[in-house]
Structures are given as C-alpha cells and as structure tokens.
Ligand binder design. Structure first.
Ligand code: NFS
Ligand code: SF4
Length: 655
C-alpha cells in the first residue's frame, strides 16, 4: 500500500502512537493517518464555498481565480458570503446540538437519580447543588436536599425546551456582557429553540444576511456554552463529584498484558461511572481470575476518559487519533463506546484482532458491533453485562499479536474552577484575588485556554504542544480540556515539575509556590464551561476590567476537527474572547465573511475569530493580544518591573 512509502513523513510526536502506526502499516491495516494522506480535502468544500442545501445545487462558488472575474453565486442567487456563513452556522448548530443533547441526557438521568430511581446514583456535591438551586431561584431554606435536587433536575430539563425569556445560566456572565448580549438579541431563549431556528434560517431562501446569520449562530452557541454544556458539567459534578486534583496516567502503556483491558470511549460519564464500579466488583474480579486474568484494567479514551479521570483517576489510553491504535495493541478485550468522536473505522481495525466493539447508546449504533444498551434505570446492571463480555473475550486474546507500547506518563488533573479558587486563595479564604493580583503584578502575563481535538491533517499532538510550551515560556498560564489536555498529559506538561522546566520565571515562581502545573486540566470539552466560569470569576474579583473581553486572555484550538469545536469557538468569541483555530478554517472561501469574523466582530462583541496554522505564530498573536489588553488596563508597566526584578535577582545570584 502507498502508506508504506510514507513512513518517513512525520505524522505524530507521540512515540507510542508512532509505534502502533508502523505496526499497522506493516500488517497492512489502514488507519485514519493513511486515509488522511490519500484523501485530499475538497478545496471548495474545505473553505465553505459549496452549498448543498437544496436540489437545485450543489452549487460551488469558489473565489474568482483572476482579478476582475465575477464572483459566482448559487442558482438561487446566494452569495459566497451567505453560503459560507450558512455552512459555518450549520457547524455551530450541529456542535451545539451534540453538547446540548449530552446535557439533556445528563439532566434526565439526574432527575431520575434525584427521585431515588437509580440505584447507585445520588447527590455527591451538596454545596454545588445549593449554588445551582440558587441560580434557579429555588427556595433552598425551606426544602430538603432531595426536594431541591428534584426541582433542579426539572428546571434543568425545562431549559432545553424553553420558548421565552433567557436561559438561566446566562445570568452568571458579567453584567456588561449580558447587556451587550441583550443589545444584540443574543441571549438564548431556550437551548433547543435556537438550534432549531438556526437550522431554519440556513434552509434555502431564509436568512441571506451573513451578519444576521452569525449573530443567531452565536445565540445557538451561547445556548451550548452557557446552557447545555454548562448544565452537563454542573449536574455531573453534583451527581458524581466536583473534581479535585488527582493523579493519573496516560498513553497506550496504561494497557496491561495480564489483565482484562476495557476502554470506555466517547463522551458521557453516565454509564462509565458505573463501569468503574463494576470493574471493582469482587464477583467480576473472580470471574476474570477464572478466565486466567490477573485483574480488570479500565482505561478511557477521548472525553469519557477525561470525565472518569478527573473524578476517579482512571487512566487514559489516548486521545482522538489513538482510538484505532489502542486496538492495534492486541490487548484490548472490549472497546465500549457511547456517543461522539467514535470513528467507524474502529470496527474495521477490531476485525483484525479479538477486540469486541460494544455500542451502548440507542443514538449511536455501528454496523457489525455488539449493542448492549445503557439502561438508565439500572446502569450497574448494564455495566456488569459489559464487563462480563470483556472478561469472556479475554481468553480469545492471542499472545502473538500482543504489542503494548511502554509509554505512559504521570499527570495531575482535576482543576475545576472551584479548585483553582481554593488552591490559589487558600482553603479558608477561597478567592481569585491572588490570581488577579499576580496577573496585575505581572508574574502571570495572562490566561490562555488551549482546547480541542486532534486532526490527522496536521502532525498528531504537535501543534498543541508547540503552542502551549511557547505560551508558558512567556508566563501565560494555560487552561486545557479535551484532546488537547491529553496531548499535554503525554508530554509531562500536567505535572508541577513542568513549571521549572518549561515556564518563564514569573509563572514558574507561582506554580512552584502553589504546587500546581503550569497547564491546568479542567476536564472534557463540555467542561469548557468551567473556563467561562473561571474567566467570569476573574472579572468579578476586580482589577482586570468589567468584562471577559477586557481580560488579558485568549483561546485556541490548534488541532480542531469537530463541529463541536466550532460551536465552542463561537461561544467563546460571543463571550468576548479572542479565539484562534489552527489546521484549517471553514470560511476562507469568502473573504467578506471571514473578514467579518476576524475583524468586524471585535467592534460588536469585543471578541473575534482568527486562523493561524503555525503554532509559534499563534502563540505570538495570543501574547500580543494579551499584552494589548494589559496595556488597556494600565498594568503593562507592572510586568516590566517584574522582569527587571528577575533580571536583577539573576545578576545578584551571579555575583
Ligand atoms: Ni472535544 Fe471530546 Fe477530542 Fe475533539 Fe472529540 S473527544 S468533545 S471533539 S476530538 S477534543
Ligand atoms: Fe444552490 Fe441556493 Fe440550493 Fe444552495 S440553496 S444548493 S446555493 S440553489
């Protein structure tokens, strides 16, 4: 196969992954890396210039090759900017739908759990329950915890189908932001409603004003970030526990050659929480022994992994592009999937090994895979069936195809915004003040959120790591989630020791004093809502402006690929954040629309989009933005003094 000749092309910076890719190529097993090499993206579709919203088309409207040539429109007359904006908006709609449907699933299970109808599920974080209850205006003084939980569950479920008013969590945003949202009619009325309306507006012959489409796309995206995703995070925390710093391991080396290996892959923690319990069940362990295994080893992949890692320290086998590679180890007895980011190709790779692919969601089945449906009234029973299937498959493993790479790295994870509060402020006076003071004083130059996927169109993990190292070298503290967080874990960036190794002197000093890594793992992609809350807490603490857009902060997704990433990017922009994507950008076919996203929006919303494929340039742009915000806040001089201090100290040391 052609893929063999490409062996010397760099495709990953992860040694374990490289080993498995080489193995797959030697065995003639195709992976996404090979398909990405042989299938070039369609140059018209990649930049948003193809419309297939009706059967008069598909219409292609690429930018004219020569100056003076007319710009084509679609058969209906839709302009290139309308087409690009509609395509972009549909990505936002799909991404928001994915997160929000996850959130709805959590809310429904939460409600059942609150009513005491799910054995094993209950309320773990009462304090957070109270906080959320107060956001909803529930009379917490006169109700029992159980009654409050039921009410919170009902109100959260209702947020999705709400038709009027404003979604509840929008009021968590800084006042100035809310006023701006109101001015532009951007506060979501209900989570589902805005997504449905966005699909309507992008149907043939409806909204033909790219700016108007962009604004409504923001309304739908805000319904994700401050709605569906935030509900998912909050209710998961209440039900399963709010993460606190915990140790974990990451990379394919977490798989064990003498134990039953199960990977839970996908996004929702609802079932995997119980798989964690089932794997520790004495009956299950005895069954595993009987089959000749020394135990049951559970690991995660993608965001399901992040969910059970931050709450239980369950190891992570890898990020998005490692899902096929985990099967290549020959050591995987079951790959259990729920929803989102599951490549259909896992089944094809699994057909070469004994690995059983088990689907669990009625929303996400796969031809040829075994389906064990998640029974939400009795998750422990479903979990035990799954673990039993894996154990029974263990004897089918072949020693000759066993190839577990040794790579695994330690990490410290679980930095919810509450934890950041405690760690930096102290247990007795939890507060964001020390963080703000250090930003104002210049030891911390600014805050960056670096999140998102892997994309085989670039080198696996490389851009994340290059960008993040450059940021922390320049004293920018990094908050991370999703597959970006996993790339950091594999590189050792999620360890407190990373501070001394990679950081500028200001940030290193803070990390060493507090004992935190310079890159803080906040969880799964739905937990980007934690970043919004942390940013808001920084604003509310004072001294750094009145709005998120005034903070010395920026966001990036250098290796994005999913529609969810576009939804996240758009709610960050609409929340006032300068947000950059790498790899590719889906609107470049229309200069007019792209200019609006990259320049025009800032005037209206305070945040804007940008595209930068080079990670070092991306870091420079983020730092330049951070410095501009520092200057606007009048705190640029403080940083110069800090740097002088450090320089002087070094000189003194040298004497
Ligand atoms: Ni996020 Fe999680 Fe990863 Fe991208 Fe997919 S796993 S929700 S979408 S690929 S970061
Ligand atoms: Fe073509 Fe317009 Fe139909 Fe799109 S909606 S396919 S641009 S005719």
């Amino acid at each position: 196969m052609a893929a063999k000749e490409k062996k010397d092309v760099k495709i990953t910076v992860c040694d374990a992954s490289q080993k498995m890719i080489d193995l797959a190529r030697d065995k003639g097993i195709e992976t996404s890396f090979d398909r990405a090499a042989s299938m070039k993206p369609c140059p018209i579709g990649a930049v948003g210039s193809c419309c297939k919203h009706c059967a008069m088309g598909p219409c292609r409207v690429p930018a004219p090759k020569k100056e003076g040539e007319p710009q084509k429109t679609g058969i209906c007359g839709a302009t290139a900017e309308t087409i690009a904006a509609r395509n972009f908006a549909r990505m936002v709609a799909a991404g928001s739908a994915a997160h929000s449907d996850h959130g709805r699933g959590v809310a429904e299970v939460f409600l059942l759990a609150a009513k005491g109808e799910i054995p094993g599920y209950g309320i773990k974080d009462v304090q957070k329950l109270m906080q959320v209850a107060m956001d909803f205006g529930i009379d917490v003084e006169n109700m029992s915890v159980d009654e409050i939980a039921v009410k919170v569950g009902e109100l959260c479920v209702a947020e999705f189908g709400r038709q009027h008013g404003e979604i509840t969590f929008a009021k968590r945003a800084p006042l100035k932001r809310r006023e701006l949202w109101r001015k532009h009619n951007m506060i979501p009325r209900g989570i589902d409603r805005e997504i449905v309306e966005l699909m309507h507006r992008t149907h043939i012959g409806v909204d033909q004003d790219y700016k108007n489409i962009t604004t409504h796309a923001a309304r739908a995206a805000l319904g994700d970030g401050w709605g569906g995703a935030m509900i998912a995070t909050e209710l998961q925390d209440i039900m399963f526990g709010t993460p606190v710093p915990i140790k974990g391991n990451i990379n394919l080396g977490v798989l064990k050659d003498d134990e039953v290996n199960i990977i839970v892959h996908g996004h929702e923690p609802l079932l995997s929480e119980m798989v964690v319990v089932a794997c520790q069940d004495p009956e299950m362990l005895a069954m595993a022994k009987e089959k000749g295994a020394n135990g049951i080893n559970l690991a995660g992949m993608c965001c399901t992994a992040n969910e059970i890692l931050v709450r239980h320290g369950i190891p992570i086998a890898g990020n998005f592009l490692q899902q096929e590679l985990a099967i290549m180890t020959g050591a995987l007895d079951a790959m259990v999937v729920d929803v989102q980011c599951i490549m259909q190709a896992v089944k094809d790779v699994a057909d070469n090994f004994h690995t059983e692919v088990i689907t669990t969601s009625p929303k996400a089945m796969m031809e040829g895979a075994r389906h064990i449906q998640f029974e939400e009234h009795d998750p422990i029973n479903t979990a035990k069936q799954i673990v039993t299937a894996a154990i029974e498959n263990f004897p089918n493993r072949s020693e000759t195809t066993l190839n577990i790479p040794e790579q695994k790295e330690d990490m410290v994870v679980g930095f919810s915004h509450e934890t950041i509060n405690y760690l930096l402020g102290g247990t007795f006076r939890a507060s964001y003040k020390p963080l703000n003071d250090n930003i104002i004083g210049g030891r911390i130059r600014g805050i960056a959120g670096v999140v998102g996927c892997n994309n085989p169109r670039g080198v696996h993990d490389e851009d994340h790591l290059t960008l993040i190292k450059e940021l922390i070298k320049n004293d920018v503290i990094v908050l991370t989630t999703g597959c970006a967080a996993m790339a950091c874990g594999k590189e050792g960036l999620l360890l407190p020791e990373a501070a001394g190794k990679f950081c500028g002197s200001g940030l290193a000093e803070i990390c060493e004093t507090v004992g935190i890594p310079p890159v803080l793992h906040l969880g799964a992609c739905v937990d980007n809502s934690r970043i919004l809350i942390a940013a808001t807490a920084v604003v509310k603490e004072g001294g750094l402006g009145d709005d998120i857009s005034e903070l010395p902060a920026a966001g990036a997704a250098p290796g994005w690929m999913s529609e969810k990433a576009v939804a996240i990017g758009h709610y960050f922009v609409a929340s006032g954040v300068y947000t950059l994507f790498g790899t590719t950008f889906p609107t470049l076919g229309s200069k007019k629309f792209t200019d609006y996203l990259f320049k025009g929006l800032e005037e209206e919303w305070g945040g804007k989009w940008d595209f930068e494929p080079d990670p070092i340039e991306m870091a420079k742009k983020m730092i330049a933005h951070i410095d501009a915000r520092r200057k606007a806040l009048g705190i640029d001089k403080a940083r110069e003094r800090v740097l002088m201090d450090m320089e002087m100290r070094r000189e003194l040391d040298a004497v």
